[in-house]
Design a binder for this molecule. Structure first.
Ligand code: ADP
Ligand code: TRP
Length: 331
């Protein structure tokens, strides 16, 4: 039997090339050899997104993004978290096995408490219970589908470890393997895509290159990548250049070698380096953008794909919940 790969993306904004190279593309690679289950974590997004029209749109945007990037819904079970209510039943059951102290140690919660404390606010200001229990819902997402590997960025590893801990507590209590223990599948450091300002590309830093913007906007955005003050004639070091790092994501090995020697030779300004980056990015993103636009132009068809995915997901989810209920004596 194939191992199971599962991951989710929170629909909290426009997808960017960090999401694509760090999460979507590797997950789609895994889907070639694993049984894959990929979903839109819409209830996770609800913790921070309270505008209904906006959330409604971002759910479809993220779903269309997966499909445009090449997800084949015949091969991957592809669904919305909110369409699989078993996840909430499992969440409640897992709560009984989750120490509050474990949640106190979750990075996202701790960071908010620290920020509040530094500002002299109430430590829990702005913290809703959805945020506090975020790792339990995520554990349920994972455990529900008997996941073996969860492809995620480094920032999410703690959550997978918590899911494994919680599943282990359940199994230890009943003295049998009721739930599968998941592991994280993490990209190495080089998979951290830098943003326009050189920090990690992230919606929260407002430094992203969005995946599906029109060509003109893509070009304009790329022209905003921060550079140093080296003049046109000066030789440049490709390996310390963020523009080159981004270029590598889109270019073949030969193209990378050729452009690296042009950097080193001097005579090429940053403007031209950005033009080269734009050309390579646009070449890869154009077909994806066209697919994305076509998918977003037919939302009922998109919703149907997601609904069909949920139909396939629910029996798997129900089996896990039934197994757990039996083990727990809740029948
Ligand atoms: P953001 O930081 O923009 O809010 P998310 O936290 O929603 O992005 O991330 C969704 C997925 O994309 C996660 O698996 C995350 O690890 C990955 N990801 C986000 N930004 C990057 C990046 N700059 N480089 C690599 N992977 C990233
Ligand atoms: N917390 C993840 C993120 O912010 C999204 C997510 C929710 C997830 N449930 C998941 C990822 C289950 C992997 C598995 O990126």
């Amino acid at each position: 039997m194939k191992e199971i790969s599962l991951t989710g993306i929170k629909p909290t904004g426009d997808l960017h090339i960090g999401n694509y190279f760090g999460a979507i593309k590797p997950a789609l690679e895994l889907a070639k050899t694993y049984d894959a289950r990929y979903f839109i974590a819409d209830y996770h997004a609800l913790n921070t997104m309270k505008d209904p029209a906006e959330l409604n749109t971002t759910i479809r945007q993220v779903a269309a993004g997966w499909l445009a990037a090449g997800l084949d819904p015949e091969q991957v079970i592809f669904y919305r978290q909110s369409s699989v209510p078993e996840v909430f039943e499992l969440t409640t059951m897992l709560m009984a096995f989750t120490a509050k102290g474990l949640m106190n140690r979750a990075h996202a919660y701790k960071a908010m408490v620290q920020d509040n404390t530094e500002k002299g606010n109430d430590p829990d200001a702005g913290v809703n219970m959805g945020l506090f229990t975020y790792p339990i819902l995520m554990a349920a997402d994972i455990i529900l589908f008997d996941s073996d590997i969860v492809p995620v960025g480094k920032d999410q590893v703690q959550h997978i470890e918590m899911a494994a801990d919680i599943a282990q507590s359940v199994n230890a209590n009943y003295g049998k393997p009721v739930l599968k223990i998941p592991r994280a599948g993490v990209q190495d450091d080089s998979a951290i895509v830098p943003g326009l300002d050189g920090r990690k590309m992230s919606k929260s830093y407002n430094n992203t290159i969005p995946l599906f913007v029109p060509e003109k906007t893509l070009r304009k955005t790329i022209m905003r990548v921060v550079t140093n003050s080296q003049g046109v004639e000066e030789p440049k070091d490709p390996d310390s250049s963020q523009i080159f790092l981004l270029y590598k994501l889109f270019a073949s090995a030969e193209e990378q070698a050729a452009l690296a020697s042009r950097y080193r030779a001097g005579g090429m300004g940053w403007g031209e380096a950005k033009e080269e980056l734009f050309r390579a990015a646009n070449r890869e993103l154009t077909p994806m953008r066209e697919r994305y636009d076509a998918i977003m132009a037919d939302i009922p068809a998109l919703d149907k794909i997601l609904a069909q995915g949920a139909e396939k997901a629910r029996p798997i989810a129900a089996a896990t919940v039934t197994r757990f209920r039996k083990a727990a004596g809740v029948q």
